[in-house]
Design a binder for this molecule. Structure first.
Ligand code: SF4
Length: 316
């Protein structure tokens, strides 16, 4: 094997986000999810109704929200879990559920400030949509980033407008590009979320998405397979035979191809998604915990390859 790029972990051959955080902060850092009770403009009618076709409808029921528990209590419970399980020393509070910039800037400021007030919290990660980041919210995050770590997680899912329309995303690729440019150079990391396996999507068009991430200078990426859960439009399409899930081997091969093209400097936050067994519809790969993550890493090893091995082939 030739020399691996310095950004790549020598054992797993990718620049995992955990590895990136350890290099940057010098200790084990974990992300702790909190639910601050935000909603989504693609469900409340301001941008769309019904939401993305794969969106878990049950997660919008009041029973499924944790927002009645204070941010501080959710943080304490999450940090205790990660300290116990992984020996984590520092934490990034992850505003994950729904659209976490979709409210007044005063409310956003209050939520982020409360998360950052704990001495073991080094920063925040904020999940949102490309059509839901106001100039004032971007300015707020830029101000926080002057003192703390900030990662903005933008859901893009596909770089094909036809697919975005098909899945009822309610935004376009152009809106993602505009938002990525708006936050560029503001002092915080940009993570982009992608999904592979949409109806009608080819592996070649999925792999082309790497070009856009590189052109926009994203810092990290989250990827997962398209999967259907109960009660979604996607589950209905599956029942009608209009959504044919990828096989496990197809997904593993495509994810390994993606990693080979992805420059080593872009860290990898996620390579698969999982849904609770009780609501999972398809695909049914019978994999536990991190098995898909390791299947992809093993595929790279089998190829004697690594993240970014082929990035120069495309990005010249
Ligand atoms: S943007 Fe997220 S929360 Fe909103 S409908 Fe789509 S998947 Fe659901």
């Amino acid at each position: 094997m030739t020399h691996l790029p310095p950004d790549v972990h020598p054992d797993i051959r990718i620049n995992s986000y955990g590895w990136y955080l350890r290099k940057r902060f010098g200790c084990r850092v974990s992300k702790v999810n909190v639910d601050a009770g935000f909603t989504c403009p693609n469900r409340d009618g301001s941008r769309g109704v019904g939401g993305c076709i794969y969106c878990d409808n049950s997660s919008f029921s009041p029973d499924a929200t944790q927002a009645h528990i204070s941010i501080e209590e959710q943080m304490e419970a999450g940090m205790a879990y990660h300290r116990r399980r992984l020996g984590s020393e520092k934490f990034i509070i992850y505003f994950q559920k729904f659209t976490n910039t979709y409210d007044s800037v005063e409310r956003l400021q209050d939520c982020y400030r409360r998360a950052l007030s704990h001495p073991d919290v080094i920063g925040i990660s904020v999940g949102t949509r490309p059509d839901a980041l106001s100039d004032a919210a971007a300015e707020l995050l830029a101000g926080i980033a002057r003192k703390k770590y900030v990662c903005l997680e933008l859901g893009l899912q596909s770089t094909d407008d036809d697919i975005l329309a098909l899945i009822n995303r309610g935004h376009t690729v152009a809106e993602y590009i505009a938002t990525a440019k708006k936050v560029s150079g503001r002092g915080f990391d940009l993570c982009t979320h992608l999904i592979y396996g949409f109806p009608g999507e080819s592996r070649a068009s999925f792999l082309k998405s790497v070009d856009l991430l590189v052109a926009l200078g994203v810092h990290s990426v989250k990827l997962h397979q398209l999967h259907a859960v109960q009660g979604t439009r996607l589950a209905a399409l599956y029942a009608e035979g209009k959504f044919v899930p990828l096989t496990r081997d197809e997904y593993v091969a495509a994810a390994a191809d993606f990693l080979e093209l992805l420059p080593a400097a872009i860290s990898v936050q996620r390579l698969y998604g999982s849904a609770p067994l009780a609501i999972r519809v398809a695909p049914e790969w019978n994999l536990k915990n991190n098995q898909l993550w390791y299947a992809i890493l093993n595929e790279l090893k089998k190829r004697d390859s690594w993240q970014g091995k082929r990035s120069a082939d495309r990005h010249v």
